[in-house]
Every structure is written in C-alpha cells, then in structure tokens.
Ligand binder design. Structure first.
Ligand code: ASP
Length: 331
C-alpha cells in the first residue's frame, strides 16, 4: 500500500534532550532521526521525511527561526506531505503555535508537540507525543484546522492553548475553550467543528519590536516612560483582572497609545478582557478612551505575536478587527 507522506522537523527542547554525562543537566542533543527511532510504529503509518532544523531550548528560538521553519513546512506540503509535525521545547510552544497559525494558509495540518520529560527519564512522554502528533497530522479530519498542539493525548487549537503548569505531564490546557480534540485508542477525534481562521501575509520586515509588560501592585512607570524612546513599535500590557492598570500607568498608556498601538490583555491566565463594565481611571472604559485596544480572549503573549505580525505586513490598522475575531473564538 502507498503510505502518505509526512514531514517532521526537530527544533530541540526537552523532547530532544539528554545529559552528556551522569549528574549533568539535560541539553538538546537528540536529532530528529534519533527521535524517530523511538517511534518505530510510525513506519507502518507514513513515509517520513525528517530534518533537524535546530537543537535549541525553546527560550532561544526567535521569530526569524520560526519564519525559516514555516517556509520549510510549506515546501514539504508542496512536495506532497499530507501533514507536517514540528517538535520543539514546550516553554514557548504556545507562542510558536500561534505564530505559525497566523501564517499557515494550507489545508494540511501543521502539528506542534514536545515533551515534559527528557528521553532518558522514567516515563518519558516524548515518543507518545510524537506518535500522537503524527496521527493527528495524518488524519483526514485534521485538515483545514490550522495549527494544532498535541500533548498528553489532547489536541489544542493554537489560538487557545497555554502552558499552564511548569513541570507536570498535563502541562497544556486551553482555558475556557478546553481541548479541541482527543486521541482515544489511537483514533483522532474532535470535540468541536473547525473555526475559520484569518491568515496574514508574511511579514515584509522583521526588525520591529513589540514590548510586553505586566502590571503589578505598586509598580513604577519608569519602563513605560521610556518605551517610545527605546524605539518600540508596539506595546502589550498584561493588565490586572478583566484588564485594569493603575491610574499612573493609564496616564502613560494614553501618551504611548497616541504614537504606537497598545493592546491590553488580562494577566489572570484565563477569560476575556472587559469592554464596558468599569469606569475608574485605569479601567477598560478609561483605557479604550485613551486609545488602547482590548485583547479579548487572546493572552498577552499571543497578542504580542499578533501585533508583531500585523506590524510586519503593515496591517496594524486592522488590529481591532483581528482582536475582535479572537474575542468571538468558538471552541
Ligand atoms: N522545559 C522545556 C521543554 O519542555 C525546555 C524548552 O522549552 O526548550 O522542552
């Protein structure tokens, strides 16, 4: 039987980590080829092309690397791959996933996975996650669903998923929306229909900068006072609660929003920003009046990526529309 073609790229992360010597910390050293040797069952499911595009801890990935990976993945689809799997570190998986999702215009699934336990640790989850991710990438019902994250038997939409635990095996969740699907006895099943998602053109330039600052109790305004001088092109604030900041931050945000786009998201880890509930200085009504935009359900990190991508293709005027799209995200 002619097996479907599947492309896999390894970027590093815990799934590719082991210690060089006993007693040392783990570092990314396991190539994509070696990773595949841990899932021999895959040869019965697909003809696999594997490449090691990087061996980095995911904190050291950057948008430039992700753009190269994206063009590699699109090339694999042009060459006949029915799906693409990318393995990487879990620390920035939620950001990489949404970055790709805003740029992935193929029907073929692009699936990201990683591991919480390194290759030699008891109960290493890498092989199971890689095999699950391949099953999702090969499944007919995964087509036209954009980018998905597969971890611990669950499938999550790129725009909803967050790393919500630092070390547990069940480290990923999609607050409010829940997983988009599950793997049950190797069967890929979805819990909700696919949501049409807006795709952006590739950025024409990549040197612009978007800052992300979190509001905290009794915080000074020094960083805010210097944002424009430092040459930032956009600002995301992870605000308190349903999106609130102090009166002194609100005054600075008004000055900044007069010059560059400012998005306010919630720092709570779940839920949407408000639009018209509170009226005090530093509330959403006040900040909207001062020129800031509300992130809706988009978390601060994903809002920063959206703004960076929009600035890169000079579509920042459409920011409100894109944020609004996310506020209406359906599970
Ligand atoms: N702890 C991380 C991981 O899960 C390391 C990284 O993100 O590279 O892969």
């Amino acid at each position: 039987m002619d097996l479907p073609k599947l492309a896999i790229a390894a970027l590093g992360g815990t799934v590719s980590m082991q210690a060089r010597n006993a007693g040392e910390g783990v570092i990314p050293t396991v190539s994509g080829e070696a990773l595949l040797a841990s899932v021999p069952q895959l040869t019965t499911l697909a003809r696999v092309t594997v490449e090691t595009l990087g061996l980095l801890p995911s904190a050291s990935l950057n948008f430039g690397c992700l753009l190269s990976v994206l063009s590699w993945a699109k090339y694999q689809v042009e060459q006949g791959a029915v799906g693409v799997v990318i393995t990487q570190g879990t620390d920035t998986l939620e950001e990489a996933a949404v970055f790709f999702d805003y740029l992935w215009d193929c029907d073929e699934p692009l699936v990201l996975t990683g591991a919480m336990r390194s290759a030699k640790q008891a109960g290493a989850d890498g092989p199971a996650n890689v095999l699950d991710a391949c099953r999702v990438a090969l499944a007919e019902n995964s087509r036209r669903r954009g980018v998905q994250v597969v971890m611990n038997g669950q499938i999550h939409q790129a725009r909803c998923v967050r790393k919500t635990d630092s070390l547990a095996l069940q480290a990923f969740s999609s607050p409010i929306f829940g997983p988009a699907g599950l793997l049950v006895e190797n069967h890929v099943g979805y819990l909700c229909p696919s949501v049409p998602h807006s795709v952006l053109p590739l950025p024409q330039h990549t040197t612009h900068k978007v800052a992300l600052l979190e509001a905290s109790l009794s915080a000074d305004t020094l960083l805010l006072e210097n944002i424009l001088k430092l040459g930032y092109d956009g600002l995301v604030i992870a605000g308190f609660g349903a999106e609130h900041v102090s009166e002194s931050w609100a005054a600075m945000i008004e000055v900044i929003a007069g010059k560059i786009p400012v998005i306010i998201a919630t720092r709570t880890g779940s839920g949407s920003t408000a639009q018209h509930s509170y009226g005090f200085a530093g509330s959403e009504l006040d900040l909207i009046r001062k020129g800031a935009l509300m992130a809706g359900f988009l978390c601060p990190r994903k809002a920063r990526i959206l703004l960076w991508l929009l600035l890169g293709c000079q579509r920042q005027d459409e920011l409100a529309r894109y944020l609004n799209d996310n506020s209406r995200l359906q599970p």
